[in-house]
Design a protein around this ligand. Structure first.
Ligand code: G3H
Ligand code: ZN
Length: 283
């Protein structure tokens, strides 16, 4: 069923696992991720960036697509439609009014007081609609759509203050993770993660899930990380499979013949992540 992230993440934090956020890019991603979740009996978060929403035709199109597929598949596991890196109150409001069940307000580039003010405004509207809110402090490295920056580690005191003053449901403290592939091994701030998890008492979110070694994933989960975002890894596995099919069949032009196998590759990758994060058989 379609729901907010609140219960899913509280359950995950208590249960010692993390729920994956897998980003949507088009129909095949939505199919692959919903199929994987149902087969694995796993709760799932469908992440939608502003850029991906624009590509698919807007927030209303995304909600209609997800709802119809869930109906067609008879989806029973908990599913959240989540705005990823919402850039403003206006964008969050649009997503909420279109039927998103969760939003991220990413005012991490603004001065702290502005981040608190914008995030509070989003929380007020979102909670009125039963929608959950994720906020961010610090800066995730790398680039994803319109979001880019160099790594800045979140400050534990600011995290605690942001949580207390805004009433958010989960927090993404940037602690060395990167959007897109890592250059070398990731250097996650586990000491800060543990401290922030304890100080805030909230489920934490790990962005840039692609390319993080399993040992680091397990450690992050032990420090209250209850949501892990993955996008690039699905894109890489899809693109690889599509290239293979087209290389084997240079005369192929039926999109179903190469996008279908691409969809299977996404599904296999998502299933692997659900098992690694421990969310399989939790729904
Ligand atoms: O917001 C989305 C994620 O943080 C995805 O990161 O593309 O590196 O897996 P990734
Ligand atoms: Zn992210």
């Amino acid at each position: 069923a379609l729901e907010s992230m609140k219960q899913m993440l509280e359950d995950a934090k208590k249960g010692g696992y993390a729920v994956g956020q897998f980003n949507l890019n088009n129909l095949e991603y939505t199919q692959a991720i919903l199929q994987a979740a149902e087969e694995e009996k796993s709760p799932v978060i469908l992440g939608v960036s502003e850029g991906a929403a624009r590509y698919m035709g807007g927030y209303n199109v995304v909600v209609a697509m997800v709802k119809s597929l869930m109906e067609a598949y008879g989806t029973t596991v908990p599913v959240a439609i989540h705005l990823d890196h919402g850039s403003s109150f206006e964008q969050c409001a649009k997503a909420i009014h279109a039927g998103f069940t969760s939003v991220m307000i990413d005012a991490s580039h603004d001065p702290f007081e502005e981040n608190v003010a914008t995030t509070s405004k989003v929380v007020e509207l979102a909670h009125f609609h039963g929608v959950s809110v994720e906020a961010e402090l610090g800066t995730v490295g790398g680039q994803e759509d319109d979001v880019s920056g160099s790594i800045i580690y979140a400050d534990a005191k600011e995290c605690q203050e942001l949580v207390e003053r805004t009433g958010i449901d989960c927090l993404a403290p940037a602690l060395g993770s990167v959007h897109g592939p890592y250059k070398g091994e990731p250097n996650l701030g586990f000491k800060e993660m543990e401290e922030i998890g304890k100080a805030t008492g909230l489920p934490l979110v790990l962005h840039g899930g692609t390319g993080i070694p399993t040992a680091d994933i397990k450690r992050a989960i032990s420090y209250a990380t209850s949501k892990i975002n993955v996008n690039t890894e699905n894109q890489i596995s899809q693109a690889k499979r599509v290239r293979e099919v087209l290389a084997e069949q240079p005369d192929q032009y039926d999109p179903r013949k190469y996008l279908g196998p691409g969809r299977d590759a996404i599904k296999e990758t998502v299933i692997g992540k659900m098992r690694e994060f421990g969310s399989s058989n939790q729904a």
